[in-house]
Ligand binder design. Structure first.
Ligand SMILES: [Zn+2]
Ligand SMILES: [Zn+2]
Length: 264
C-alpha cells in the first residue's frame, strides 16, 4: 500500500499522456491511498507552448477532476491541485487561491528569468552561464517562493541539478536557512522520484537535503510527478522506506488547502 502521490499531471499540459481516468484506474490497481492532480497552472502565452494549459482551460481542468472526487470516492481519495510557477503569473487567476474545490498548490521554479532551465531544448544555456550563479539564483527564487507563503508544497526542491550540473560552491547554509523558514511556515517539501529518470539519476531533493529537512522538522510528502499513468507509482515504495529510515513517521496530505498528516 502506497499512502499517496501528490504530483500528477494530465494531457492538458501538452507534454503528458493518458486520460485522467487512466491515472485514477492505475492508482486504484496499485493501491495508492490518495492521489493529487497537480497539473501545470497556465503560464503567459510566450512561455506556455507545450508546458501548461491555457487560462481558458483552467475551469475545465478543475471541473474534470472535481467531479471524479465523488465518482471514485469509494475506491480512492482524489485531491485537486496545481503546480504553479513561481513567481506566480497573472495568467493563473488569483481567485483559485481561495477556491474551495482546490486542495493544494505546489510552488515550483522552472525558470531563471525567461530561461526554462529544466527543459531539454534549452540545456546549452548551462555552458554559457556560471554554474554557481545558476544555483545561487535558483535558490534565491526558492527562498522567495517559501517567503511568499502562497503554497502548500515546495516542488522538486533541487531540480536545478536535473541534467547533472553540480555547483562548485557549497549551498548547505542557504538550504539550512530555507529549511528553517519552511518549518516555521509549515510548508511541506515533496520527495519527488522523477529525477531518477533524468540525467542526474537522483530523487528531488538529495538525501542530504531530506536529512536537513528532517532535522528542521520540515513536513514532507511523496510524489512521482507522473506525466504518464504507468509512472504513477514510480519508486514510491522505495522513497517511503528511504524517508522512514531518515526518521519520518508521517507525510502530509491536503484537503481544501489544509494540511493533515498520514501515518507511514
Ligand atoms: Zn510537466
Ligand atoms: Zn515541475
Amino acid at each position: 500500500m502506497i499512502p499517496a502521490n501528490y504530483h500528477i499531471h494530465t494531457y492538458l499540459c501538452n507534454h503528458a499522456t493518458g486520460t485522467i481516468d487512466d491515472y485514477i484506474n492505475t492508482a486504484i490497481e496499485m493501491k495508492i491511498g490518495e492521489i493529487g492532480f497537480a497539473d501545470h497552472a497556465p503560464l503567459p502565452e510566450h512561455l506556455r507552448k507545450g508546458i501548461t494549459m491555457k487560462p481558458e482551460e483552467t475551469e475545465f481542468y478543475i471541473s474534470e477532476i472535481d467531479k471524479r472526487k465523488s465518482l471514485f470516492k469509494n475506491r480512492i481519495m482524489i485531491r485537486l491541485g496545481f503546480e504553479v510557477d513561481f513567481p506566480m503569473h497573472d495568467s493563473f487567476d488569483k481567485k483559485y487561491l481561495t477556491d474551495p474545490r482546490i486542495d493544494f498548490l505546489i510552488g515550483s521554479c522552472h525558470f531563471i528569468d525567461d530561461w526554462p532551465f529544466d527543459h531539454n531544448a534549452y540545456i546549452d544555456e548551462y555552458e554559457r552561464r556560471d554554474i554557481d550563479d545558476i544555483y545561487s539564483r535558483y535558490y534565491k527564487i526558492m527562498e522567495a517562493l517559501v517567503d511568499s507563503k502562497q503554497f502548500d508544497i515546495a516542488g522538486h526542491f533541487d531540480i536545478v541539478k536535473k541534467f547533472g550540473h553540480r555547483p562548485k560552491k557549497d549551498f548547505t547554509d542557504i538550504i539550512e536557512r530555507i529549511s528553517k523558514k519552511m518549518s516555521k511556515f509549515g510548508l511541506t517539501a515533496e520527495i519527488n522520484t522523477s529525477g531518477m529518470l533524468k540525467p542526474v539519476k537522483e530523487i528531488y531533493p538529495s538525501h542530504d537535503i531530506i536529512e536537513t529537512f528532517y532535522r528542521n522538522n520540515v513536513p514532507v510528502t511523496i510524489s512521482s510527478d507522473s506525466h504518464s499513468p504507468e509512472l504513477i507509482g514510480y519508486l514510491l515504495g522505495y522513497t517511503l522506506e528511504k524517508i522512514k529510515k531518515i526518521g519520518y513517521k508521517k507525510i502530509s496530505g491536503f484537503r481544501k488547502r489544509k494540511r493533515y498528516e498520514i501515518a507511514i
